[in-house]
Design a protein around this ligand. Structure first.
Ligand SMILES: [Zn+2]
Length: 125
């Protein structure tokens, strides 16, 4: 069901406890445009809802536990501030180092890997 929107009825109720009902409503509105297979960037949630980094990861973790999202690591070039396009499922799959295609910097993966989330279940059962 590629056309299905992320069902906000599927949002874990604990998220409302974590961020409060006003931000919870904002989150519902924001998530309404996401479909299965789309990437959800923590930075977008953080900025648009106005959350701390810690709370952002807390609610994303909660959605992952509920089966709506799946976390991945994306390698990001800290020299030119661009994504490398390298995305892996688990931390163990990260290469020791990677080369940025744009600025040719060779960077250690561990310090340049960021969590991103893929929408895997829109909750329409
Ligand atoms: Zn670069």
């Amino acid at each position: 069901m590629l056309s299905s929107l992320l069902a906000t009825t599927n949002l874990p109720k604990e998220i409302e406890t974590i961020i409060g009902s006003e931000k919870y409503q904002q989150l519902i509105e924001l998530l309404a445009s996401y479909r299965v297979g789309m990437w959800l960037y923590p930075g977008v949630i953080k900025r648009k809802i106005g959350l701390s980094t810690q709370k952002t990861y807390e609610i994303l973790q909660s959605m992952e536990n509920a089966g709506s999202l799946e976390s991945y690591y994306e390698l990001y070039c800290s020299s030119c501030q661009k994504t490398s396009g390298i995305v892996v499922r688990t931390f163990n799959e990260l290469p020791e180092t990677f080369e940025c295609e744009l600025c040719f910097s060779v960077l250690p993966s561990i310090e340049n890997a960021f969590l991103i989330y893929k929408v895997i279940d829109v909750g329409m059962h």
